[in-house]
Design a protein. Structure first.
Length: 172
């Protein structure tokens, strides 16, 4: 009986455990990547190094397309302000490119690319939740390639506004 209770306790601890805090620290170099994606339903490839040549890059990782699109709506609503501050925006999840092509049209209004994050990208950015999804983490990467800002919170509200405030302050 004690063995059964001990095993049940161990299983319960594993099932209810929160994932470890994710996210790379400010000042760390951002892992460079190229990833297949879509913008406005058109298939494209996203290259971090190429985008950094134009200015800061905001990358927001989200768990899965169509599950909580409010964050993507927020980034789409503020895209003109991000661009005015010289920043590019990329949404990333582990979804297939076909799914992201639909998502880019329906939830991002075609205003910025969304890319398919491979396991290596997810691990490199420390956003692996251990359950085949990503943590909800937003990074601002400076043109130098270093992480300048991190917003790591499962609550989707505030990711776009906090990243925008940071980017606008960067350019002043």
């Amino acid at each position: 009986m004690k063995c059964i209770l001990a095993a049940a306790s161990a299983i319960l601890a594993i099932v209810t455990a929160s994932p470890a805090a994710a996210a790379l620290a400010v000042g760390n170099p951002a892992p460079d990547f190229s990833a297949p994606g879509a913008q406005a339903g058109t298939i494209t490839t996203v290259h971090l190094a190429e985008l950094l040549k134009k200015g800061p890059v905001v990358i927001y990782f989200f768990p899965s397309a169509f599950t909580d699109p409010a964050e993507s709506h927020d980034f789409a609503a503020e895209i003109d302000k991000f661009r005015a501050a010289g920043a590019s925006v990329i949404g990333m999840s582990r979804d297939s490119v076909d799914t992201l092509a639909r998502f880019s049209l329906q939830e991002c209004a075609g205003k910025y690319p969304v890319a398919s994050a491979s396991e290596s990208i997810v691990n490199a950015f420390d956003v692996n939740d251990g359950a085949m999804f990503n943590t909800r983490t937003t990074y601002v990467i400076a043109p130098s390639g270093k992480i300048a800002f991190v917003h790591d919170d499962d609550d989707s509200s505030g990711h776009a506004s906090s990243a925008l405030a940071f980017v606008e302050a960067m350019t002043k």
